[in-house]
Design a binder for this molecule. Structure first.
Ligand SMILES: Cc1cc2nc3c(=O)[nH]c(=O)nc-3n(C[C@H](O)[C@H](O)[C@H](O)COP(=O)(O)O)c2cc1C
Length: 183
């Protein structure tokens, strides 16, 4: 059994995802893991949208509308429409910014990012894997409007979750020493 520290040291995304998705009980554990992240003043400044099965077409429609609005060609439209089908389950995390005297927006967005990471780790802990994606289709008001996310909030991540279709070799890690100093 992998120790907790080995689990943390070996975390690795995998975008090659297929069925099965987590079942309802597993999904609820994944979602609950987001409720244990560091959260200044307990604002819970994130919202979660689940996209599974046929709902992926609704997301695909939002992507197509966005790409159309940017004037892209047919090939880009077709690519955008396929994107949500890269995994059986997507969890979209958006911010829910609140005015607070001690918690600026950046902290709220970091907490929302922690929620994405916690859910990725929870998915792995349950035997699945996941890939955190953003890109133009996250930073886009057209997509937000389709998903009923207020334009003043941010889409922090599309977390694609599923079963690994292909196991990836362990990738080499950079050393912490490249980015660390003692004061
Ligand atoms: C906020 C954020 C957004 C990301 N967006 C994308 C993305 O749109 N497309 C992508 O291929 N990887 C994206 N990544 C990176 C992948 O999730 C992943 O971390 C990267 O491919 C490296 O793999 P690893 O997690 O195994 O180290 C993003 C990561 C973060 C933290």
């Amino acid at each position: 059994m992998t120790s907790t520290i080995d689990f943390l040291l070996s975390r690795q995304s995998n975008g090659n995802l297929t069925e099965p998705a987590p079942n309802k009980a597993e999904l609820e554990q994944i979602l609950q893991s987001a409720m244990s992240v560091p959260d200044h003043a307990g604002l819970t400044p994130w919202r979660i949208t689940i996209v599974e099965g046929d709902a992926r077409q609704t997301l695909a429609n939002a992507y197509v509308a966005s790409v159309k609005a940017s004037g892209a060609d047919e090939a880009k439209l077709a690519k955008a429409e396929r994107m949500p089908f890269r995994a059986p389950l997507l969890v979209i995390v958006s911010t829910a910014y609140q005015e607070h005297p001690k918690v600026p927006k950046i902290e709220q967005s970091i907490a929302a990012g922690c929620a994405v990471h916690a859910m990725q780790m929870a998915a792995v802990a349950l035997g699945f894997n996941a890939m955190w994606r953003t890109g133009d289709l996250a930073f886009c008001d057209v997509v937000k409007q389709h998903l009923a996310i207020e334009t003043e909030n941010d889409i922090v991540g599309y977390l694609y979750i599923g079963t690994e279709a292909k196991t990836l070799p362990n990738k080499p890690r950079k050393s912490f020493s490249e980015v660390t100093r003692y004061l």
